[in-house]
Design a protein. Structure first.
Length: 140
């Protein structure tokens, strides 16, 4: 029985640590509208940036920052009440512990959980990330 458990743990650890990042995808604002009836994609860009953050995952603190950035972005387009609703939705529904297509770290195999990305994982993000989300070096 001990050997069985050790083998199972080893396999789980190996598959967890040897994971490959899937190409970036975005479903817009997931189960939420991408905009108003008049402006159907008013806050779509906010959701796509948020999806990028969720795709790559990371620490709990990075998720909080990403969720607050979504709220700020939607507020800036003139919809602060909608932004509060969206914040509540992503805080509840975006947990990495549910096997959803929009969970924190959805680019990795489930379960990923919270944690700093390893150098290998960061390299995969760099290779697969859409250029729009890669920070350009600042001129000196």
């Amino acid at each position: 029985m001990k050997w069985f458990l050790l083998t199972l743990i080893s396999i789980s650890f190996y598959s967890y640590s040897a994971d490959n990042l899937k190409p970036f995808t975005s479903d817009g604002c997931s189960s939420f509208p991408n905009g108003t009836f008049q402006q159907k994609e008013l806050w779509l860009a906010c959701c796509e940036k948020h999806d990028f953050d969720y795709w790559k995952g990371g620490t709990y603190e990075e998720r909080v920052i990403s969720d607050n950035n979504l709220k700020q972005c939607v507020s800036k387009v003139g919809e602060p009440e909608v932004a509060l609703l969206m914040l509540a939705g992503v805080r509840v529904g975006g947990t990495p512990y549910l096997p959803t297509s929009f969970r924190w770290g959805y680019g990795w195999s489930y379960p990923k959980g919270y944690g700093e990305l390893t150098p290998n994982e960061l390299k995969q993000v760099e290779v697969l990330a859409p250029r729009i989300y890669i920070e350009e070096p600042k001129p000196h």
